[in-house]
Design a protein around this ligand. Structure first.
Ligand SMILES: C[S@@+](CC[C@H](N)C(=O)[O-])C[C@H]1O[C@@H](n2cnc3c(N)ncnc32)[C@H](O)[C@@H]1O
Length: 275
């Protein structure tokens, strides 16, 4: 088996739980650039047959697979440590300060419940996916700290592992099975659903209209494949957010690409403002 080590071309970061493998330098080495921008240094043993090196794709294979999704092994301790790492990285990024600015004046906004859909698994074998999920969780904590009050936070993600659920419950959150969270959406709820597919957004639009909806910018719905299920569109969500004010979610890498914060307009004030 070829031995591999991973290094980033620039500004290397050591994420807890990674780079644990011992590097043994005794064979010819070759660099393979994968689709996430990681350079894999691959040792190629000198026999002819084994010079057929592992390609970058197979390096994304996880430690185990459930329903076609690849995961890596993590203990709860490693997950806590990895969350600490990405939370610190989020908190020191300008976008964290920008999010606080975007939420100025929204303290005590009447949000009494938060429903989080499609966060992704913190054990995803895709490093980029894991980073986005941890960062989205850290950003959610920033949001909640601004809202102030201690409110129930409900997570639903069919790809969660038992360790994901353990970590979230330890952080004080509730985790429910699909489709229970949709029924939890009320008029005083904040729905946090970053980069979800059309069927999830469609179900959101079929509930009571939440006070805040954070998800994909509806103007970009046509730009990429939003649907996992043929024929499902999020047209009703496009209609729903017509009653909302939109603010850009501050960008950090691709972790919040095309994401908007939609605030439901206060119909009473709108009526009063009419001539
Ligand atoms: C494109 S991924 C986004 C993951 C992550 N938020 C990100 O930005 O990388 C969409 C996620 O929605 C989840 N999902 C699918 N159906 C769902 C449902 N009914 N309720 C909640 N999440 C769902 C999928 O398992 C998947 O992890």
């Amino acid at each position: 088996m070829p031995h591999t080590n991973r290094k980033k071309k620039s500004s290397p970061t050591t994420v807890p739980g990674e780079n644990k493998k011992k590097v043994v330098v005794h064979t010819k080495r070759k660099e393979v650039l994968d689709e996430e921008g990681w350079v894999h240094v691959v040792d190629t043993p000198r026999t002819r047959r084994s010079t057929v090196s592992k390609d970058a794709k197979s390096l994304h294979a996880g430690d185990f697979e459930v329903d076609g999704v690849q995961y890596i092994n993590r203990t709860l301790d490693e997950m806590r440590e990895e969350f600490g790492y990405w939370k610190k990285s989020w908190e020191t990024d300008n976008s964290s300060a920008d999010l606080k600015k975007a939420l100025e004046g929204k303290e005590g906004s009447g949000v009494k419940k938060c429903v989080v859909l499609g966060l992704g698994s913190l054990q995803s074998a895709r490093r980029e996916g894991r980073r986005a999920t941890f960062t989205q969780l850290a950003a959610l904590e920033t949001l909640l700290s601004i809202i102030g009050e201690k409110i129930p936070i409900i997570f639903q993600e069919p790809q969660f592992t038992d360790t994901d659920k353990q970590l979230l419950r330890e952080l004080g959150y509730e985790v429910v099975e699909d489709p229970k969270a949709f029924g939890e959406i009320e008029e005083n709820s904040l729905v946090y659903a970053i980069h979800c597919y059309a069927d999830v957004y469609k179900k959101v639009s079929e509930q009571k209209r939440p006070a805040v909806f954070i998800g994909t910018d509806v103007e970009n719905f046509g730009r990429f494949t939003l649907s996992e299920t043929a024929g499902v569109t999020a047209d009703a969500l496009v209609e729903m957010v017509k009653q909302y004010e939109a603010t850009d979610f501050p960008q950090i890498r691709h972790d919040f690409s095309d994401t908007k914060i939609y605030w439901r307009k206060n119909e009473k004030n709108e009526e009063e403002a009419k001539p």
